[in-house]
Design a protein around this ligand. Structure first.
Ligand SMILES: Nc1ncnc2c1ncn2[C@@H]1O[C@H](COP(=O)(O)OP(=O)(O)O)[C@@H](O)[C@H]1O
Ligand SMILES: [Mg+2]
Length: 139
C-alpha cells in the first residue's frame, strides 16, 4: 500500500493508524535515506500503541524500549556491521517476542539476524519539501 505524506503530521497519523494492525511479534524494517522520516514513523507507531513517553532516536543507544499496548523496541543499527554484532549486542533476543514490536532503522546492516519473510517493510521515499511516499510492504 502506498501513501503520499505532505508533512510530518501526516506521517505521524498514518503510522498511528498502521499501529492498530499490530499484534506483537512483528519486525518492522524502516527503509529510507537519512532524514526520510524513519524515526518520525516510529513516533507515530508509539502513539498508536498508547505510549506517552517521548520517542527519541536510538542512534547512540542502539535501542530504546517503551511500554504500551505492546512493548515497542526501536533500534537504529546504523553503527553495526553484521548480524553477529546484532547477536553480540543482545538485539536478536527481542526478535519474534510475542508481546513486542521491533522497529529497525538501517536493518540491512544486520542482514541475517532476523527472518526477512516475517518482516514488514516500510519504505519511505524522500520527495523533497516535506513530501514523502510511504510504502508498506507486508510479506
Ligand atoms: N512528510 C514527512 N514525514 C516525515 N518527516 C518529515 C516529513 N516532512 C518533513 N519531515 C522532516 O524530516 C525529518 C525526518 O527525520 P527523522 O525521522 O529523524 O529521519 P530518519 O530517521 O529517516 O533519519 C524530520 O525533521 C521531519 O520533521
Ligand atoms: Mg532515524
Amino acid at each position: 500500500m502506498k501513501f503520499l505524506s505532505d508533512g510530518e503530521e501526516a506521517t505521524l497519523s498514518f503510522a498511528e493508524k498502521f499501529a492498530s494492525s499490530l499484534k506483537g511479534g512483528e519486525i518492522i524494517l524502516l527503509d529510507g535515506r537519512l532524514g526520510a522520516g524513519k524515526t518520525v514513523f516510529v513516533k507515530g507507531i508509539a502513539k498508536g500503541l498508547g505510549i506517552e513517553e517521548e520517542v527519541t532516536s536510538p542512534t547512540f543507544t542502539l535501542m530504546n524500549e517503551y511500554e504500551g499496548r505492546l512493548k515497542l523496541v526501536h533500534m537504529d543499527v546504523y553503527r553495526l556491521k553484521s548480524a553477529l554484532e546484532a547477536y553480540e549486542t543482545g538485539l536478536t533476543e527481542y526478535f519474534g517476542k510475542k508481546d513486542t514490536v521491533c522497529c529497525i532503522e538501517w536493518a540491512e546492516n544486520i542482514r541475517g539476524a532476523f527472518d526477512p519473510d516475517g518482516a514488514i517493510t516500510i519504505r519511505i521515499n524522500y520527495l523533497g519539501d516535506g513530501k514523502r511516499e510511504i510504502e508498506t510492504i507486508d510479506k
